[in-house]
Design a binder for this molecule. Structure first.
Ligand code: ADP
Ligand code: MG
Length: 259
């Protein structure tokens, strides 16, 4: 019943938001936003503070319930209930496959690095511990933190915490990764190590939506840029047509602040 024709947005579309609206009380923060993410695509979401970037990216995995519009994952419109019988329309199914990394890491403080990464697979997916640990160690090696497996988050630098958070999200084997200003809380000298991890994910074909104020990075890594302003996507296009050569006045003014 809730099956949506894939043809509308192309057969490669993994995640789609159509006409998303979100209000907090009387404040309408998103005013009808469309986003499509094709498999393997990296979309950069930029815009002024308060324009609705975090709200939009949270709506994409229903951490925030839109007040209008729909989220469509693998061709199925996501419904209102958490569970579903066939793994298609439930919010739980969406979250299971659409991972998220936040500005403030949100690691479990009383768990080690390894336990942080294995928690989701063991608890949510019933993955046997040995298998979860083996995969977690491979991911920690990929983000350069294998030797920190028994450390607690409080003993890590911000950059290391964020790399653990990325490994933790990847441990769920997501089809899409949503990143919300994951370098904004970091000391400048730690930003690069996190961006390098994200760049490698992009090169490996991970489908991602990335909210960032790192304009050069966004222009470099994203296939497509969305400029959100006052709850609407004002400009959408390739990095060359947006960040590097903005013609829209508001976008030009926004981008110039980062030069
Ligand atoms: P951005 O990430 O682009 O800075 P946000 O999506 O965080 O923007 O916020 C957009 C607007 O929505 C802001 O005015 C913010 O104050 C408001 N807002 C966000 N979350 C909530 C909430 N939970 N309750 C009320 N207002 C919120
Ligand atoms: Mg934000």
């Amino acid at each position: 019943m809730t099956n949506v024709q894939q043809t509308a947005a192309g057969p490669q579309t993994v995640l789609e938001a159509r006409g998303i609206r979100k209000s907090f009380g009387g404040l309408e923060v998103l005013k009808g936003v469309d986003v499509t993410l094709a498999r393997g695509e990296v979309v950069g979401l930029i815009g002024p503070s308060g324009s609705g970037k975090s709200t939009l990216i949270r709506c994409l995995n229903m951490m925030e319930k839109p007040t209008g519009g729909s989220v469509i994952f693998r061709g199925h419109k996501i419904g209102k209930s958490f569970r579903d019988r066939d793994g298609t329309t439930g919010i739980g199914t969406l979250r299971r496959h659409v991972g998220m990394v936040f500005q403030h890491f949100n690691l479990f403080p009383h768990k080690t690095v390894l336990q942080n990464v294995t928690e989701g697979p063991i608890v949510v997916c019933n993955t046997p511990r040995a298998e979860a640990e083996e995969r977690a160690m491979a991911l920690l090696a990929e983000v350069g933190l294998a030797e920190k497996r028994n450390a607690y988050p409080s003993h890590l630098s911000g950059g290391q915490k964020q790399r653990v958070a990325i490994a933790r999200a990847l441990a769920m084997q997501p089809e899409v990764l949503l990143l919300d200003e994951v370098t904004s809380a970091l000391d400048p000298e730690l930003v690069g190590e996190v961006l390098n991890v994200i760049r490698r994910l992009a090169d490996d074909g991970m489908t991602m939506a990335i909210v960032t104020h790192e304009m050069a990075f966004a222009a470099d890594v994203a296939d497509r840029i969305l400029f959100l302003d006052e709850g609407r996507i004002v400009v959408e296009g390739k990095p060359d047509e947006t960040i590097r050569n903005p013609t829209n006045e508001r976008l030009a003014s926004f981008v110039s602040r980062f030069n």
